[in-house]
Ligand binder design. Sequence first.
Ligand code: ZN
Ligand code: ZN
Ligand code: ZN
Length: 97
Amino acid sequence: MMPLCDDFATSAEVEPPSDVCQTCVDMGSTWVHLRQCLNCGRTHCCDNSPNRHATAHYRTDGHPMIRSAQPDEDWRWCFKDELFFVPGPDGYEVAED
Ligand SMILES: [Zn+2]
Ligand SMILES: [Zn+2]
Ligand SMILES: [Zn+2]
């Protein structure tokens, strides 16, 4: 099994995600899915959204760890290492496929 990356340990216990991308709301724009930064807790829109605020947040603030903010999803992603984490029997593991 692949080890989790160092950034995984920087994930914080964050508040539940917002149900909007506030940056999009401020711009009068819309989004497809929401992602939450696990380093500061802010909620941003995904890469299928026109503004890609989660990726923009990583580029400007350098926070590598996000999780899905969709209620039915429980994965995490590290922008820096481009690793996808999924829940396993003993906690999160790197999805290899
Ligand atoms: Zn990483
Ligand atoms: Zn957005
Ligand atoms: Zn952040």
